[in-house]
Design a protein around this ligand. Structure first.
Ligand code: 48F
Length: 265
């Protein structure tokens, strides 16, 4: 008598090694392709993610390098662990662009879920073709005779964490966006090695001033290097703003426009 046929008998049997090969093979292809970028975005916080989505939507080859396991930077946590962010009127159209829901609290304070905001902007960046290199940190830049950033020196975060003596790899990029937040890591790397970059440092909390001025600080500060988000304010000597995120989204959008026009030159 025939025993019960399990559904699995007709299914393909999974091979652990094939799973491993699929991952290594696909990621190797991506890396070979994306080690020559139109635009490298360092840091996957709100400004970097917005910039990645906007540049990807323009059909440019974009790589996002994020030292942590997860993307989202300082947006996940909202304010003091309450997972809500505030966005002002000027940036409401970007919430609409990414399909992020919001409710108006008093007049002009639009409140969204920080988790939804990170997820939807990340999703837009993925849909637009941006590639993510997480657990990867930028430790140096390539600057040759033309005095312009033409590449980034990267390594894996666990190597940094364990202090292992393992050399990094290098990727080529036409434009670099420093979206590393308060630390403004790429700007510091350039300045500390003699590049003519002035870093004024971040000021006290003053949300209205910080949000009003962020776009003027979002600019090319060294040939091939654009600063965005909190990195732009830190470089520009601007105040901080806490959990109001409109400026981050608008700054990411402006950085994308600047990168696009730099790429046209
Ligand atoms: O800090 P972060 O969220 O930057 P942002 O886009 O947004 C700032 C706000 O979150 C908040 C604020 C606004 O209200 O004041 O702080 O300007 O994200 C920066 C990302 O850069 C990564 C870091 O892990 C974070 O996810 N990062 C920092 N250094 C490196 C890096 C590095 N050397 N290589 C790669 N990623």
């Amino acid at each position: 008598m025939k025993t019960k046929v399990y559904e699995s008998e007709n299914k393909m049997k999974l091979d652990e090694v094939a799973i491993s090969r699929a991952i290594v093979s696909e990621q190797s292809k991506v890396m070979l392709d994306y080690y020559d970028l139109d635009c490298a975005i360092v840091g996957a916080g709100p400004s970097g993610l917005t910039c990645a989505a906007m540049l990807g939507e323009e059909g440019l080859k974009v790589g996002v390098i994020e030292k942590k396991l997860s993307v989202g930077g300082g947006m996940w946590g909202g304010g003091m662990t309450f997972p809500r962010i505030v966005v002002q009127e000027e940036a409401r159209r970007l919430l609409d662009h990414f399909g992020i829901k919001y409710r108006e609290y008093e007049s002009g304070y639009f409140v969204s879920s920080s988790v939804e905001a990170v997820a939807k902007i990340t999703s837009a960046a993925c849909d637009a073709g941006a590639e993510f290199f997480n657990l990867t940190y930028v430790e140096d830049v390539v600057i040759k005779g033309d005095n312009r950033i033409s590449g980034l020196v990267i390594n894996q975060t666990p190597i940094q964490m364990t202090g292992l003596h393992i050399d990094p790899l290098t990727l080529a990029t036409k434009v670099t966006i420093d979206a590393t937040g308060h630390d403004s890591v790429v700007a510091h790397l350039v300045r500390d090695k003699g590049g003519s970059v002035e870093i004024k440092g971040e000021g006290f909390m003053w949300a209205d001033r910080a949000e009003s001025n962020i776009l003027s600080h979002t600019k090319e500060i060294f040939p091939g290097l654009i600063v965005t988000g909190m990195a732009a304010n830190a470089v520009g000597g601007e105040t901080r703003m806490g959990p109001v995120f409109g400026g981050m989204l608008l700054s990411g959008e402006k950085a994308a426009k600047l990168a696009k026009s730099a790429l046209k030159k």
